[in-house]
Design a protein around this ligand. Sequence first.
Ligand SMILES: [Mg+2]
Length: 375
Amino acid sequence: MGDLDQKIIAMDLWPLVLPVVSRRDHGIGSVAGSVEVIVLRLRAEGGAAGWGEASPWVVFTGSPEASFAALDRYLRPLVIGRRIADRAAIMADAARAVAHCPEAKAALDTALLDLTGRISGLPVWALLGGLAQGRLPLSVSIANPEFEADIALMARLQADGVGLIKLKAGFAGHAFDIMRLERIAQDFPDFRVRVDFNQGLPPDEAERRVRDVAGFGPEFIEQPVAAHHFGLMARLRDQIPCPLLADESVFGPEDMARAAREGICDGVSVKIMKAGSLARAQAVARMAAAHGLSAYGGDMFETGLAHLAGAHMIAATPEITLGCEFYQARYYLQDDLLETPFPVEGGHVIVPEGPGLGIAPDLDKLSHFKSMRAA
Ligand SMILES: [Mg+2]
């Protein structure tokens, strides 16, 4: 066991506010001005450090205050003094110690994996089963209420080699969604288009609006109705010719089991911030595949640090075949917090090969974004 016998001696937390470049609207709610995340650092007695991020969204998974309290008060005592080698036992204790708060648990799991990888000289993907895919097709979401600004973004994406876009729909009326789909089909015919309603459709309008959108031939339609409407999801799935994806309806493997049993979707958006650990996210994708369903690499409003965790998870998960959406570090934050830019090249995320996550946060940027919270 050797170096992994070292004990974890400190947990440091940075609650951060990161300014964004524009407003974004979704069926479920909006983001404007900034996003809030919690960055976590674990330190081992030999001096090594491991990093993780909790990226909650208050209308989706939970609040930054809840993530901070889960880590600071309830998970800290489970970690300090434990061996790095005992990651699975620590995560099992974490699951029992505090209900929900999957973003806090994902941050803890990420930091434990980063620490293990840095000490053992292995990338996180090697700790999760080995490399299945090192270049992940990047999808960028189109969600600006000012569509002309998104037209400019799409021109930039095309020039950058990005081939996938996801249109956020269901927040400003059916005519607005149809207008944007027509315009994209006409002006940007080379994009592969997906549509995500983020639960935005009322049940009595869902069938008509989803069928109209399906007429544009998107690669999939994601979560048109509220997370708990499993029966309606199943009916909509039967009524459209394109695949229906579940996102908010499926957080962890337990939800995936029910989703498969009740036939609510053709695929699932897998997110470490919903699942509560990288291994649980892998389990969601594997369960989906076992039921003949597809899997997509989703994310929350994250920095490059959480993107790295998700990218390593997908790299080791061949069941996730629909690409990823780790675009915020490059296309949405005014400035990211990593020491070197989150790696995107030719429309793909390039998974790092170095030990741990491969890139660490810049300490000066952590101080700067922490001071934004106090301001
Ligand atoms: Mg979604």
